[in-house]
Write a new protein. Structure first.
Length: 236
């Protein structure tokens, strides 16, 4: 909107004719006509008279009038002050968009970098089995005799049968799959004794990336950061 149009609209809102407004502002009607048609622009003194007579709001005027028109009014102190304030506000907003874009790029790059630390993929896992817990003082192959059935003719048949049945009752077979090869067998210490783990096989498993989740938000933050830079560049 042009300054003259803004001035005319304000006069119309008040229901005044040009002679009425000119009289209240203490200026000639012909001069007011030139102001409304854009043939002339007010001085500091005349502008102040118009503000008093028409109750003009300089802030609203600066927001509504075209930049080219405001340049012609920049010699007026009130207008110049609001122009400087608006320019400072725009620069502050632009800086905030730039800072937000920079922060988003840094965070996005960090997440993508984190996702590259462990990409996952195929890995070999080793399967170990244990028959049960070996009590203190027992031999490491104590569970090896559970499949031996003593002959009834043996003098210690009853004792050997009872021992075998007790071992069968203690059997607690467990299987684990671990990523580290620990030899044909290894011993695990437990509060009640120990377990002997024997290697029984190996297989390839797909291990997911520990930080793979960071890729999507990382790229999203980078795109958002570039968007912040674009907004700061396109702001008037």
């Amino acid at each position: 909107m042009q300054f003259g149009e803004y001035l005319k609209n304000r006069r119309t809102e008040l229901g005044w004719t040009q002679p009425d407004a000119a009289t209240k502002a203490g200026i000639e009607q012909s001069y007011l006509s030139k102001l409304e048609t854009g043939k002339s622009f007010p001085s500091q003194e005349v502008y102040q008279r118009l503000v008093t007579a028409l109750t003009l709001d300089t802030e609203a005027l600066v927001a509504a009038v075209e930049p080219a028109e405001l340049d012609r009014l920049s010699d007026i102190a009130a207008v110049r002050q609001h122009l400087l304030q608006r320019e400072h506000g725009m620069r502050s907003t632009t800086r905030r968009w730039l800072y937000a874009g920079l922060a988003a790029l840094v965070a996005g790059g960090a997440l993508i970098g984190l996702a590259q630390i462990d990409r996952g993929g195929a890995a070999t896992h080793y399967t170990y089995q244990s028959s049960g817990v070996i009590l203190p003082g027992e031999s490491l192959d104590v569970f090896g005799g559970v499949d031996d059935t003593p002959a009834p003719s043996e003098p210690d048949y009853a004792d050997r049968l009872a021992t075998r049945d007790a071992l069968i009752a203690r059997i607690d077979e467990q299987t684990i799959s671990i990523p580290d090869m620990r030899g044909p067998s290894f011993t695990e210490s437990l509060p009640q004794g120990r377990r002997i783990w024997a290697l029984v096989g190996a297989n390839a498993v797909l291990v997911p990336a520990r930080f793979g989740w960071g890729l999507v938000p990382g790229f999203a933050l980078i795109i958002g950061g570039l968007g912040c830079f674009f907004i700061s560049w396109r702001r008037p």
